[in-house]
Design a protein around this ligand. Structure first.
Ligand SMILES: [Zn+2]
Ligand SMILES: [Zn+2]
Length: 241
């Protein structure tokens, strides 16, 4: 499978990541990717950049080393009402927004509370992708979340980092397999993201591809296979076409 995009990349600015956006783009070029999204952690994460950082992302060119750069954020869902840690106006100016549950920002609730938090997040008009929803720390009703994602024309992510043997989100494999089987049965597309925190991990999809094959997920449901298909699905309009 040829994959053209990596919609989940952290730069030095996240505070616990180790490469610049230039280094991430060079790595993407080497791996044959056409598009990456810069999705540093929202301000509520310890050591993450503040709101001014996200307001100023326009200074980054739309393309670096021939690779399209979407300027985005991985925002924190703060409560079961789906409140985010960036304001609506800041979110609306970003190219791509991933919303995720992270332990320093929201403690795991009941399955119902976690499900509600994700559904409320996906209802937000500026959110495009729900990040690593297979995390066993936050049990969810996968079918309910995926139905909401489908209804709002958004995506869930297969997060490659979650599936690695050294993952902080251990136990994600079984959950993600179950989620992908639901997507396959309901014909809901997904996106693959590396969640790279260092340049060499950009476009590293080894585990995600194995999982997708295990779930018998058809290739046409994996939107990372085409940058233009992905942008069209998410309604991302830009100068790059
Ligand atoms: Zn995350
Ligand atoms: Zn991340």
């Amino acid at each position: 499978m040829i994959l053209q995009t990596d919609t989940h990349c952290h730069t030095l600015s996240s505070g616990h990541a180790y490469s610049t956006i230039g280094e991430m783009a060079q790595s993407a070029l080497k791996k044959g990717l056409k598009l990456i999204a810069m999705t540093d952690h929202g301000p509520a994460m310890p050591d993450a950049p503040g709101v001014t950082f996200f307001r100023n992302l326009r200074v980054i060119p739309d393309q670096l080393y021939g690779v399209q750069i979407l300027k985005g954020a991985e925002v924190n869902i703060m409560n079961s009402q789906g409140q985010m840690d960036l304001s609506d106006s800041v979110l609306a100016a970003l190219d791509l927004v991933i919303a995720s549950l992270h332990y320093p920002c929201i403690k795991p609730g009941s399955q119902q509370e976690n499900t509600e938090a994700l559904i409320r997040a996906v209802e937000h008009p500026s959110v495009h992708i729900l990040g690593h929803i297979g995390n066993p720390l936050y049990p969810i009703d996968g079918t309910a979340v995926i139905k909401a994602v489908k209804k709002h024309h958004k995506l869930i992510e297969i997060n490659n980092s979650s599936l690695k043997p050294n993952s902080f989100r251990r136990g994600s494999w079984e959950n993600c397999l179950h989620l992908l089987e639901i997507c396959r049965d309901l014909q809901v597309p997904v996106v693959i993201g590396s969640d790279a925190h260092i340049a060499c991990d950009v476009g590293d999809y080894q585990q995600a591809e194995t999982l997708a094959a295990e779930a018998a997920l058809p290739e046409e449901l994996i939107l990372s296979t085409s940058a233009s298909k992905l942008k069209a699905y998410l309604g991302i309009v830009d100068a790059m076409g």
